[in-house]
Design a protein. Structure first.
Length: 196
């Protein structure tokens, strides 16, 4: 259907399409090709099929390249974070994984194991502080080197090892291996059985 506009552009009139006439005869046209034209058409078809296959492979490689680029960027960001802010990862593990582990220990071993886990965490914090102070005050090349402070750090270190050994002895008498693993889990070399 279409509209016809009259001369003064105000009135529109609807005009119906006319029905088609019946076909009274059919004419068939044939095109005959020689071998040369047939070979040319076959080449065009083969080229088009190859283009479709190449497009599929290209799309797949583009997707893989994008995924690898994204993974590479994520890896680079992680490496940059570890280089520029190494304390972030330690803070993350301390604030996220340790409370999660503590909750698991509370659930599996109710009662005093969580108190022992907290003491093991305090030992780990002491060990970290001692290592930091040792690097700052006992290294001759450090600008903060001090014989007096280094001596104090060595005394703290000796006390740490005495406390750790007493704690480990108490745990050996109180818990089986599974209990000790749960208490020491994730705390590294605080555990005397720790192997890197």
């Amino acid at each position: 259907m279409f509209f016809v506009e009259n001369q003064n552009f105000e009135i529109y009139r609807k005009v119906e399409k006319m029905p088609r006439r019946r076909v009274d005869k059919v004419i068939e046209h044939r095109i005959s090709m020689s071998d040369f034209e047939r070979d040319q058409i076959k080449q065009v078809i083969a080229t088009q099929q190859a283009n479709v296959a190449v497009d599929g492979v290209t799309a797949t490689l583009n997707a893989a390249g994008t995924a690898l680029g994204g993974a590479g960027a994520l890896l680079a960001a992680g490496v940059l974070m570890m280089w520029k802010a190494p304390g972030l990862w330690a803070g993350f593990t301390e604030k996220v994984t340790n409370p999660l582990i503590d909750n698991i220990v509370d659930t599996i071993l109710p009662g005093t194991p969580i108190e022992h886990r907290r003491y093991a965490q305090d030992l780990a914090a002491r060990r970290g502080q001692i290592a930091k102070d040792e690097a700052a005050y006992c290294t001759h090349a450090a600008s903060t080197y001090s014989e007096v402070r280094c001596s104090q750090v060595q005394q703290q270190k000796d006390q740490y090892f005495a406390d750790r050994d007493a704690f480990h002895k108490m745990l050996m008498e109180t818990y089986d291996i599974a209990g000790r693993v749960a208490i020491y889990y994730g705390l590294g070399d605080v555990n005397p059985d720790f192997v890197e």
